[in-house]
Design a protein around this ligand. Structure first.
Ligand code: TA6
Length: 313
């Protein structure tokens, strides 16, 4: 069983418009709505790969109810969300059909009360007893302390559960100090954390700040991993055109999926890069295109070198 934590779950709405223009009124040509927030997306991909996944975090109000109803339709996913009195947020992705570009609007999320945060922490400690890995994903809703992830990372490590962190801003800055086994920033988050724009230098700096392994998602350039066991780059065969929403979540799913199968780093990166590329190619935002994934598995190029190995999770 793998655990994904999404403290700020969301009902993800995607609007498609023929051409997006600021300050103009638009006719929406298609709408989709689905359970989201980064850890929920990770869970959906893991379940599609055949893993059993438990989803925790918070859900409340009408949107929270819709999200939980829709989660029951996803085979392999167990709902362990903690109810809150506030209302789960929506996120809106607007896809411009002409350019293919996506504009994302993320609401802040409900305010979580102190007692709700305590209830979550207690449940999280219990869930760790029966999982083989945990991913902590996404932004923090109001009311959750900014150092929350550092504490959740430490709890997982104390329980002997490998822990991956994927967040941004102050939550990332504080969370990395908890020493996550794997940190999965994108290029922008990594540069904001470290002040370095060159990914290798930035990844090395993030390791100094506490991350065991850093796997940076670099958009069309693929992935860069810097770990105690070596450094690698994984790249898709060609530049891909499509919707990148959820591509980072697919990377997290690929890394965890291969981690719990005890695969070496090059295999983990191949799986993560193929899933990420197959997500960009999928017509539905956040889903991956399975035939493309299977094709891409043999088309990902991994370059790099192993160092004299110390084994990391
Ligand atoms: O928690 P945030 O950083 O606001 O990100 C949430 C959003 O990101 C996505 O997971 C895409 O990665 C959307 O599903 C949306 O819910």
């Amino acid at each position: 069983m793998i655990l994904t934590v999404t403290l700020n779950t969301a009902l993800d709405i995607t609007y498609r418009v023929p051409s997006l223009r600021p300050y103009a009124s638009h006719r929406v040509s298609a709408v989709t709505e689905r359970p989201g927030g980064k850890g929920v997306n990770v869970a959906r991909v893991l379940a599609a790969l055949g893993h059993e996944v438990t989803v925790t975090g918070f859900a409340g109000g009408t949107t929270g109810r819709i999200l939980r109803d829709r989660l029951t339709e996803v085979p392999g996913v167990v709902d362990a969300l903690v109810p809150v009195s506030g209302t789960t947020r929506r996120t809106v992705a607007v896809v411009d059909e002409r350019s293919g570009g996506t504009t994302q609007l993320n609401e802040p999320g409900p305010t979580v009360a102190h007692a709700e945060w305590s209830a979550f922490q207690e449940l999280y400690g219990d869930l760790l007893a029966s999982v083989s890995a945990v991913a902590l994903c996404g932004s923090l809703p109001p009311g959750v302390p900014v150092g929350a992830y550092a504490g959740l990372v430490r709890t997982a490590r104390a329980a002997g559960v490998p822990v991956l962190l994927d967040t941004s801003g102050a939550a990332l800055r504080r969370g990395v100090a908890g020493r996550p086994d794997i940190l999965k920033p994108n290029a922008e988050e990594l540069a904001e954390l470290t002040g370095f724009h060159e990914p290798l230098r930035a990844a090395q700096d993030a390791r100094r700040r506490g991350a065991g392994t850093v796997v940076a998602s670099l958009g069309p350039e693929g992935l860069l991993a810097v770990s105690p066991e070596g450094r690698w780059r994984a790249a898709p065969p060609s530049r891909l055109r499509g919707n990148p929403t959820g591509a980072g979540d697919a990377v997290v799913a690929g890394l965890l999926s291969a981690l719990v199968e005890h695969r070496p780093w090059p295999d983990r990166l191949t799986r993560a890069a193929a899933l990420s590329a197959a997500t960009v190619l999928s017509p539905t935002a956040g889903d991956f295109d399975r035939p493309a994934y299977e094709r891409l598995l043999s088309g990902i190029t991994v370059t790099g070198e192993a160092s004299a190995a110390q084994v990391s999770p």
